[in-house]
Design a protein around this ligand. Structure first.
Ligand code: UGA
Length: 450
């Protein structure tokens, strides 16, 4: 099938690469010329494991352009995968979505085209995009709008797309659902040959398809993200009780998650969630509910708990060091999670700023995200250090904020000897306490007794 993808961010580019790999003819359109130039040269503008490999593997099925007129006519499916950043009141800014829909509408070809919302958009956006398309569409041909939310995690985007738990498609027009069923068939029945660098997980069977109406598909995405955010905040809240009663939160999470009704994933305690999705989507869900005079106290509580986790880092350091003014605190890990250079709503940013407000000095390091950090956070850039060792030099404490494998494997003993006080606060509950103690550290964790 012929596919057009509008927007070459995490979602758009991953979707494009995967569909091209599955044999579809994909044109990616982006109005950022620099990005299109990079992609044409075989480089990915974002750091995502295996993405460049897949782009190369499927290169014969991929075209990049800045022109809607080149990309849209003749496409069976047009995916809208543009940014929907948050406005100050928590609602998503839909200006990119709206201008993409207008450009698509103006360029629709003579056949039948399915226009798919792939970006996470407020409930009701399907109807709204339909109205914009209708107004802009002056040519022949027919179209209908569908929602196909993505469930990929940054850092595991390719694997999450090819080996997904489910495909959700929503439309009020049965023809759209048929087209999307055909498009995703290789994923649904897992009939494609797995890429050499990403073998199919053992025991992976057919993938369930949830074919539903527009509003349900849109709400599924919000419900899924809110629930995952909730799980994390829930275990973080239990972690605080664990600390008080002397329980080991890791064992508590394990013993709780092994109940198959609960599930063990997304129960890793720590500094809480960041990234572009959970914060934005929980805020948008609350805003939508409010439009209907509904409160969402559970979702709101998960946001409050998440904010408190970041404050807790500062509180723990204050408890331990008594005075923060004039102390030097090293933060290891800036990206909101490992395997990405994405800094959106990253806990490290908040923590660094809170420490600076308290009069502490910070030293910062990330194995991958420092170049992006320099661009996006110029006021904090002077605190960057080239290595984890340089962060430790004369520091009063280190905080592991992002659990990059590089940090787990490094020689901590070398760091302990150059610190003013060899204290480590494990913000992710991933370090081995006895190993760290042997390396000379006083080990602190955010929750529980370790
Ligand atoms: C999330 C969802 O997991 C995806 O299913 C969804 O498609 C995506 O949002 C989206 O809406 O686009 P993502 O934000 O990329 O994906 O990252 P996650 O792996 O979900 O991690 C989110 C945050 O939660 C990270 O800061 C991570 O460190 C934290 N986390 C995750 C925990 O603190 N504990 C856990 O147990 C799991």
């Amino acid at each position: 099938m012929k596919v057009c993808i509008v927007g070459t961010g995490y979602v758009g580019l991953t979707t494009g690469a995967c569909l091209a790999f599955l044999g579809h003819e994909v044109t990616c359109v982006d109005n950022n010329e620099a990005k299109v130039g990079m992609l044409r040269a075989g480089r990915s503008p974002i750091h995502e494991p295996y993405l460049e490999d897949l782009l190369a593997e499927a290169g014969h099925n991929l075209t990049y352009t800045t022109s809607y007129a080149e990309a849209v006519p003749g496409a069976d499916v047009v995916f809208i995968a543009v940014n929907t950043p948050s406005l100050p009141d928590g609602s998503p800014d839909l200006k990119y979505l709206s201008s993409a829909a207008e450009d698509i509408g103006r360029n629709l070809g003579p056949g039948f085209t399915v226009v798919v919302n792939k970006s996470t958009v407020p409930i009701g956006s399907g109807n709204w995009v339909d109205a914009i398309l209708r107004e802009a569409h002056t040519g022949e041909g027919e179209f209908s709008v569908a929602s196909n939310p993505e469930f990929l995690r940054e850092g595991a985007a390719i694997s999450d797309s090819l080996y997904t738990d489910r495909v959700v498609v929503g439309s009020d027009d049965a023809r759209s659902l048929e087209v999307l069923y055909t498009l995703y068939r290789p994923v649904l029945d897992q009939s494609f040959t797995a890429p050499p660098f990403l073998p199919r997980p053992e025991g992976m069977g057919a993938v369930p398809l949830v074919a539903t109406d527009l509003a349900s598909a849109e709400l599924i995405k919000y419900a899924a993200n809110a629930f995952l955010a909730l799980k994390i905040s829930f275990i973080n809240e239990i972690g605080q009780v664990a600390g008080k009663v002397g329980a080991d939160i890791i064992q508590v999470a394990k013993g709780t998650g092994l109940d198959s009704r609960i599930g063990s994933r997304f129960l890793q305690p720590g500094v809480g969630w960041g990234g572009s999705c959970f914060g934005k989507d929980t805020a948008a869900l609350i805003t939508t509910a409010r439009e209907y005079n509904l409160d969402m106290p559970i979702v709101q509580a998960s946001r409050d708990t998440n904010r408190r986790q970041r404050e807790l880092v500062v509180d723990k350091l204050l408890d331990e060091l008594r005075i923060l003014k004039g102390r030097t605190i090293g933060l290891l890990g800036l990206a909101f999670k490992p395997n990405t250079d994405d800094l959106r709503d990253a806990p490290a940013l908040d923590i660094a700023r809170r420490l600076i407000e308290r009069g502490a000095k910070v030293r910062l390091h990330d194995p991958v995200a420092m170049a992006r950090f320099r661009e996006e956070q110029p006021d904090l850039a002077p605190y960057l250090c080239d290595t984890a060792e340089a962060v430790a030099e004369s520091s009063d404490a280190l905080v592991l904020v992002t659990e990059w494998p590089q940090y787990l494997e490094m020689e901590w003993a070398k760091l302990a000897v150059v610190m003013r006080k060899p204290i480590v606060l494990d913000g992710r509950h991933v370090l081995d306490e006895s190993r760290l103690t042997r390396a000379g550290f006083r080990y602190l964790a955010l929750a529980g007794w370790r």
